[in-house]
Design a protein around this ligand. Structure first.
Ligand code: MG
Length: 301
């Protein structure tokens, strides 16, 4: 067995956030529980974004209250700002993920403030979170490119990561928000980031918008990143490319990791079953390829 890879399942949050249909609270709860039953140990379950902006996930408190939490599983909530943090802290969440963006224009449009101000929000949340025994991830979005500014200079990404590393976060995620990265730039950018974060673990969040998601994941693993975001069935589009897929599919990632001999703890057959449930819930086929192609070698029955 090679290095263990930690899969962070983001379907219930990042996937559903970008789907047209809004699931019932009970359906979200059973989706989360089925993913955990498949072996997922870190799961982005809810969002504490303002319901006006993300109406599909307005029921974060009800979802967290309804989950039968399992030992050894870490439930994550997305927190956009201090107000979101105040909602999250009372729900029994294990971790929060706070996004900000390497591109100021995107940060202004998404968070209403420049990147430097979002970093200060992360610093405050990290301080309070640790007092409450909650872990904090900061995600740097638009780490490869921005729909408004175009190419994001590597220096900008590295500088943002370096400042964040000094904010007391437990992990820094690097996200290709609009899916424009390629594996060679992944090698270059993640190596440069790793040099400035002083041992803070890195995590990656790739989008398959231009079909480079798994290639980018391979490149990230090759430079030593072991924490990878993925979404069951590959659900979740990208708001800037409506016809394209968003997150890399957990199903496809698990297949690739299995073939590579990596440990991760997730059952592919169980996950494919959950993808089937998701198709029924969202009313369309999921973009993941494994549910259609099947595992190889074929599982013995
Ligand atoms: Mg995403």
């Amino acid at each position: 067995m090679r290095t263990d890879i930690q899969i962070i399942e983001v379907g219930p949050r990042d996937g559903l956030q970008n789907e047209a249909v809004t699931l019932a609270t009970d359906d979200k709860i059973s989706l989360i529980e089925h993913l955990v039953a498949s072996g997922v140990t870190r799961i982005e379950a809810v969002s504490f974004a303002h319901p006006k902006y993300v109406p599909q996930l307005a029921d974060a408190e009800a979802v967290m209250a309804g989950i039968a939490k399992r030992d050894g599983v870490s439930y994550i909530g997305l927190v956009m700002n201090w107000r979101g943090w105040l909602r999250a802290v009372d729900t029994g969440i294990d971790e929060v993920n706070v996004p900000l963006f390497a591109s100021d224009t995107f940060n202004e449009k998404n968070q209403g403030v420049p990147t430097s101000e979002s970093i200060e929000v992360v610093r405050s949340i990290a301080l309070d979170a640790h007092a409450n025994d909650i872990s904090v991830t900061a995600t740097i979005g638009t780490a490869w490119g921005c729909p408004f500014e175009g190419e994001v200079p590597i220096e900008r990404l590295v500088e943002t990561a370096a400042v964040l590393a000094g904010c007391g976060v437990d992990e820094i995620a690097i996200a290709d928000t609009i899916g424009v990265g390629d594996p060679w730039s992944v090698t270059k950018r993640l190596s440069a980031v790793a040099d400035v974060v002083g041992g803070v673990p890195l995590r990656v969040h790739f989008h398959d918008t231009r079909n480079t998601g798994l290639a980018n994941t391979y490149a990230a693993i090759e430079v030593g990143v072991t924490r990878i975001d993925a979404s069951v069935g590959g659900i979740g589009g990208c708001p800037f490319a409506p016809a394209a897929t968003g997150n890399i599919a957990t199903d496809d990632l698990v297949y690739m990791l299995n073939r590579g001999g990596f440990g991760h703890g997730v059952s592919l057959s169980s996950l494919i079953g959950v993808s089937g449930d998701v198709e029924a819930l969202i009313g369309r086929p999921v973009p993941a390829m494994l549910p259609a192609a099947g595992d190889f070698p074929p599982p013995r029955s």
